[in-house]
Write a protein that binds this ligand. Structure first.
Ligand SMILES: [Zn+2]
Length: 508
């Protein structure tokens, strides 16, 4: 019989790290410790994504439990995490978890694509630390973003592995609930075994949508295996820009272990990996060149009979560590004299502060990226008028940020020629219509909307743009899906889509 009120520890490290972006330090993280974790998760609009709130809500609805908050650090995608900060987090988790013993189970909320300035597998390090503290018999269950890069250590240290199944990510809360249900099953006595197979395919982000395409097919095939024997199938596409030896699509299977100890998890993982390998030629990106994109924008802005268009600046996606401030599209739209266009969201705290200082209706020369030193984030200036101002306090309305408190800092809408640009003070991807709406801008009336986002905008802007109205533009940037644009130092080679003659065998 499971205990009436199990004590369940909650901890995690949630960041996706782009090796080519500037270092993420302590101040980039939201840090929750002890009782703050469950308290924040129970708020109507918590400052965290949906996994822990889903987990806590489902546990709260069960027969009774005692949440034991340990430590949880979460940040927007960024560069490598400062190693000293990661060590501090790890030490905090170890100290608090040790002091909290005995616990009955542990829930780890992890992104899984972390790197630090010194360590390429901090997620594995954290999982191993938790296991060392609680010992071999306490169930440990983790949820991970499907952009996680998986190591043997991550898989072998936990009892159940639960990855997102949607991209754009719409199932964070469901996966948190699944973690709660899994922990209850493990507390009732179920034992598990896990298996993990990695393919030599590092899929460009734009080939990893889950509505349709090769990745969607692989996930769907995996889900057909879930049943009485197989508890969970997670197909993890990974995050190329972490540039680690762990990169490559990973199939992770958690099976209920029976007396025969049949290696069923391993067989299923290999079968799903083979399915992905058979589809390997579909993992190559197809983007629209800038000149073609501007041609479409000019046409759509002048001919109202044509559908409005959404341009995704997939190469400058803050959701993948991009700076959210490259000027290529904005500059080209301005120079082409495109009318009735919205561009968002540009990360430039200095410019936003300046607009607030001047006030509404002020005309000035907007200087973008005046202090930015990152490659691709070039300075640019143009005559602008302040048309709206906001303190940036808003709650996500739709998609990945729905229901989440989003402090964007000082924000401004600037009219530059026929383009209205939203400038913000907190770097985030433009995945939610609220970023335009909080400034009174009407997306439905725009002919062109530019979003700095790779794919999550699809979950927020779907009420305005159908798939056929979306144009993914090929531009320089820290998150370009054209992987040949980068100098890779640690990816396993040879690998698809970078190399010719890549081979893989399911039984090797
Ligand atoms: Zn992700």
């Amino acid at each position: 019989m499971p205990k009436a009120n199990p004590r369940i520890a909650i901890c995690g490290f949630s960041i996706e790290c782009n090796r080519f972006a500037p270092v993420a330090t302590r101040e980039h993280f939201a840090y929750f410790a002890g009782d703050e974790i469950a308290a924040e998760a129970r708020l109507p609009a918590p400052r965290m994504l949906g996994e822990i709130p889903g987990f806590v809500a489902d546990m709260d609805a069960s027969r009774g439990w005692e949440p034991v908050g340990i430590a949880f650090a979460a940040a927007e995608p960024n560069g490598p995490t400062d190693h000293a900060f990661f060590r501090e987090l790890l030490a905090d988790i170890e100290t608090r978890l040790t002091a909290a013993l005995p616990v009955d189970a542990v829930y780890i909320c992890e992104h899984g694509a972390g790197i630090t300035t010194e360590d390429d597998d901090p997620d594995g390090e954290l999982f191993a630390t938790v296991r060392r503290v609680v010992g071999p018999d306490v169930p440990v269950v983790a949820t991970l973003d499907l952009h996680a890069n998986i190591s043997d250590r991550m898989v072998s240290m936990i009892d159940a592995f639960i990855g997102y199944r949607t991209n754009p990510h719409m199932d964070m809360r469901e996966r948190g609930i699944e973690a709660a249900q899994t922990i209850r099953e493990l507390l009732a006595g179920t034992k598990t075994e896990t298996a993990f197979v990695r393919l030599p395919i590092v899929p460009p982000t734009v080939t990893m949508l889950t509505a349709a395409g090769p990745y969607a097919d692989m996930i769907d095939f995996g889900q057909t295996k879930v049943g009485p024997e197989i508890m969970n199938v997670s197909v993890m596409g990974g995050f190329a820009f972490s540039d680690t030896a762990k990169n490559g699509i990973a199939v992770v299977v958690t099976a209920r272990r029976d007396r025969r100890n049949s290696k069923v998890a391993e067989a299923v993982a290999r079968e799903i990996a083979q399915f992905g390998w058979d589809n390997r030629n579909r993992f190559y990106p197809q983007l629209t060149p800038l000149d073609d994109a501007i041609g479409k924008a000019v046409a759509a802005s002048s001919d109202l009979a044509l559908p409005a268009l959404c341009f995704a600046d997939v190469a400058d996606n803050p959701g993948g560590g991009g700076r959210g401030n490259t000027m290529y599209l904005l500059k080209a739209l301005y120079e082409a004299n495109v009318k009735n266009a919205l561009v968002g969201i540009i990360y430039d705290p200095l410019l936003a502060a300046e607009a607030h200082q001047y006030g509404l209706h002020y005309n000035f020369d907007a200087r973008f990226n005046r202090d930015e030193t990152t490659q691709f984030s070039e300075a640019w200036s143009a005559p602008a008028r302040v048309v709206a101002l906001s303190d940036g306090e808003c709650v996500g309305r739709r998609g990945i940020y729905a229901g989440m408190s989003l402090g964007m800092g000082k924000c401004a809408a600037l009219r530059i020629g026929g383009v209205t640009v939203v400038v913000v003070s907190k770097r985030r991807q433009c995945a939610d219509p609220i970023f335009f709406e909080m400034l009174g801008l009407d997306i439905a009336k725009a002919r062109i909307v530019v979003v700095k986002s790779r794919g999550h905008f699809r979950g927020g802007f779907d009420e305005f743009f159908k798939h056929e109205q979306i144009v993914e533009v090929d531009l320089p940037g820290l998150t370009s899906p054209m992987l040949k644009n980068f100098t890779w130092s640690r990816l396993p080679r040879p690998v698809i889509p970078l190399d010719e003659g890549v081979e893989w065998k399911a039984d090797a």
